[in-house]
Design a protein around this ligand. Sequence first.
Ligand SMILES: Nc1ncnc2c1ncn2[C@@H]1O[C@H](COP(=O)(O)OP(=O)(O)OP(=O)(O)O)[C@@H](O)[C@H]1O
Length: 350
Amino acid sequence: MIRLTDLTIRFPGFTLDHISLHVRRGEFFALMGSTGSGKTLVLESVAGLTKPSGGTVRVGGRDVTRLPPEERNVSLVYQDHALFPHLTVLQNVMYGQRYHGIAKEEGRRQARELLDTLGLSRLENRRPEHLSGGEKQRTALARALACGPDVILLDEPLSSLDPQFRGELRRTLKHVHETTGTTFLMVTHDFADAMILAERGAVIKDGRLHQQDTVANIFRRPATPFTASFVGMTNVFPARYAQGCCTFAGHAFEGLPELPAWQTGFAALRPEDVFVGSAGDFPEGWRILRGTVERVEREGFTWTAVVHCGDQTLTALVDRHMVLSRGLESGSTVTLGFAGEHLHHMPEND
Ligand SMILES: Nc1ncnc2c1ncn2[C@@H]1O[C@H](COP(=O)(O)OP(=O)(O)OP(=O)(O)O)[C@@H](O)[C@H]1O
């Protein structure tokens, strides 16, 4: 449904560098990356609001690279909703329909149907200033859907919401996607949003595409150290591979499953896959590292131990009982264990 080929945009100090992406008809696709990575520029290129320096944009099989926004049949939902303050919810939703040749009565019927789907019926006469963040976002979504676009583009739809409304809007987005069958391209810096909503996605950093795959594969098998960190595999180490042995963090491990053929690369582990204990605590076959606790950190209900091993630092999730019963503190000598199949390997060419 959307096909970007070698999309390039050059600004002083930033280049969106030959991005090629394919979003299939009817799918929910998440474009992920941290702030300033170029996600919004990609959305704006699809919407026709930013002119590429090179490459092509195709929507629904048509080359739209040089078409104005109104001829692309895509709707962009902005992060700040961009609702008209002087119009009611219903009027906001109906606003764009006249430009799409939708007759008023039919438009009103469709708009009310959408308000119903989005749980906004009782608010149809309210103005935006009297809506919560989640209600504004749903109104903006209804307005985008009201013109029957081929594609909905969502710019960080959940980022400004508190956790309660976030969960609610996630469910709404999922429901609307499933019931309308419209193609959704969402930009987000939060991998959790992508995990819950999207089937496929892509990760972008500094204007370059790092990976494009199913969200499940990006989570399980990140292609680059950046993507690994982005999906929570935050222990990433330079590693050497030779004769069936993988060496990182000052330890050499033999007999690991599925060792890659390359000689240097990166090995990565999720903090939740690294356990603190004594050598005898770990199941047979687990790999062991020894290190010194640098610090124990608490974040809400979660505790992490940051441990020096060789010339690297490993982070392991620990529970409160472990911290107290073992007296884990800065300077403690600890043994860490992990299962070989949890170690993920990546080649060097980032
Ligand atoms: N019109 C412009 N002129 C110059 N630089 C621009 C322009 N628009 C965007 N940029 C730069 O391009 C880079 C990518 O911007 P973009 O808005 O796509 O990032 P993003 O990934 O969406 O970030 P965020 O999550 O913070 O919105 C940024 O460094 C930004 O400053």
